[in-house]
Design a binder for this molecule. Structure first.
Ligand SMILES: Cc1cc2nc3c(=O)[nH]c(=O)nc-3n(C[C@H](O)[C@H](O)[C@H](O)COP(=O)(O)O)c2cc1C
Length: 198
């Protein structure tokens, strides 16, 4: 079995719900399994460290998770049109992986959730790709052959999966958003598998 790492930060649960659906898509591909990992919140008390195992949800990611994965789905809430600081903080700790080039050539995809429909899903997704490109990863989006992109009235973009969660983070995922999350996970797993076989 090869692993697709689904690495995300989620404060209110929307991005976590997307991660579960992406994992379902990954596991539609025989021989591929999802490895879910999150990152701790960051605070002004920088010396404080959280327990290495969170109270609930998946374990915190380590650099070995990145080394070992065959592909990566990276998820974050949108914060001021960009990824959230806890995820960026973790990414900023990956300099040794960048130097070794271990992520180069692996496929990657991104996903996000926002409170407002036009509050920066696309800017977040595009900017999340930048560090992945620096790592030499091969970034995948969603093709328009996933026709939900043409008809969605909520989230779902060619740049990756997205969810419009509403101001109170209580808007359920639409059927289009759910299908596009699964499609992104499946596409990523298929790409990783094809590259492993090369
Ligand atoms: C500091 C901060 C900044 C945010 N910036 C945006 C934003 O630019 N656009 C937007 O639509 N939502 C913004 N939000 C809302 C979150 O993106 C939204 O609630 C998201 O669905 C949370 O995902 P989660 O449930 O996985 O934590 C912001 C939230 C916080 C706390």
């Amino acid at each position: 079995m090869a692993d697709i790492l689904i690495l995300y930060y989620s404060r209110y649960g929307s991005v976590a719900a997307m991660a579960q659906l992406i994992a379902r898509g990954v596991e539609q591909v025989p021989g591929m399994q999802a490895r879910l990992r999150t990152v701790p919140a960051v605070s002004t008390v920088c010396e404080a460290v959280e327990d290495s195992i969170p109270g609930d949800g998946p374990p915190y990611a380590t650099l070995d998770d990145l080394r070992e994965c065959a592909g990566l789905a990276l998820g974050s809430p949108t914060r001021f049109g960009n990824m959230a600081a806890p995820l960026k903080y973790f990414i900023d700790s990956t300099g040794s992986l960048w130097l070794s080039g271990v992520m180069a050539g692996k496929p990657a995809a991104v996903f996000t959730s926002t409170s407002t429909l036009h509050g920066g899903q696309e800017s977040t997704l595009l900017s999340m790709m930048i560090p992945l490109l620096h790592h030499g990863m091969m970034v995948l989006g969603l093709p328009f052959s996933e026709t939900d992109i043409l008809t969605t009235t909520s989230g779902g973009t060619p740049y990756g999966a997205s969810h419009w969660a509403g101001n109170d983070s209580d808007q359920p995922m639409s059927e289009e958003e759910k299908r596009l999350c699964r499609a992104l996970g499946k596409r990523l797993a298929e790409a990783a598998q094809a590259l492993i076989r090369e």
